[in-house]
Design a protein. Sequence first.
Length: 61
Amino acid sequence: MDRPFSGSIVPMKYWQKEPNVKSVMIEIRRDLYMNEKTGTKSYNFNEIQKTISKIIKILAN
């Protein structure tokens, strides 16, 4: 957790000014969804995309 990066990105317009603004950073290893040498999508790209979309919807509610 929090490696290699920590924290998340919040637009400066809202940073420490708007208490209702929340932020989450989700990191996903590239080799899980693409061939890093060729840039082509992996066989499970669509499944990973669906899973990430579900997680975002859950967090948004």
